[in-house]
Design a protein around this ligand. Structure first.
Ligand code: ADP
Length: 175
């Protein structure tokens, strides 16, 4: 599923965030300590190797909504952008904090002149954010920031599960 907003190509695929070899920067649904975890943070750190956690240590802890950038280490990507999503029902206001993740990640990518960025569905796993609401925040925020981007040309949403992919597919079709 793909669409185009202001010359920026937006797409959603079903897949693994740690296997996006044609993308310059992948986004990690990180924990505050920027260390290996479950879900996305597990897949990214396992594929990147221990050098990633080592590089990240001095940047930790990060706050909900914040994003920091590191190298890609053994991943097929030049960079990892680590975002701490809000824990649903606990970090408030959760909609703003989730939007901050997408905004800050794309701002950092553009500052680094990165051409392509892949996002997982931040906060929708262990952090419990309902997928429909999280997808609305992701797409709305990306749409808002796109006119300000000078270097990012492609944004890919990578959904692990089929039903999550279907949610993105349906909502992107309406863009
Ligand atoms: P959070 O703690 O921000 O909720 P999780 O990593 O637990 O982050 O989950 C975020 C989303 O990413 C969930 O929808 C989960 O199903 C999905 N996910 C888990 N592993 C992967 C992976 N390897 N690639 C892409 N998405 C993944």
């Amino acid at each position: 599923m793909q669409t185009q907003i202001h010359q920026v190509h937006i797409e959603a695929i079903q897949g693994d965030i740690a296997k996006q070899s044609d993308i310059t920067a992948v986004v990690n649904a990180a924990n505050a300590q920027l260390q290996i975890g479950g879900g996305v943070a597990g897949a990214i750190h396992r594929a990147a190797g221990p050098g990633l956690a080592k590089e990240c240590r001095p940047m930790a802890p990060i706050r909900p909504g914040e994003a920091v950038i590191s190298g890609g280490h053994n991943l097929p990507n030049d960079y990892v952008i680590h975002c701490l999503g809000p824990v649903y029902g606990s970090d408030k206001p959760e909609e703003k904090l989730l939007a901050d993740c997408y905004r800050n990640a794309l701002r950092i990518a553009d500052e680094k002149q990165i051409d392509s960025v892949a996002f997982p569905a931040i906060s929708t796993g262990a952090f419990g954010y309902p997928i429909e609401a999280a997808t609305d925040v992701a797409l709305k925020t990306v749409k808002e920031i796109i006119p300000k981007l000078q270097h990012v040309q492609k944004i890919r949403f990578v959904l692990f599960g089929k039903s999550d992919f279907r949610v993105y597919e349906a909502k992107l079709k309406r863009e």
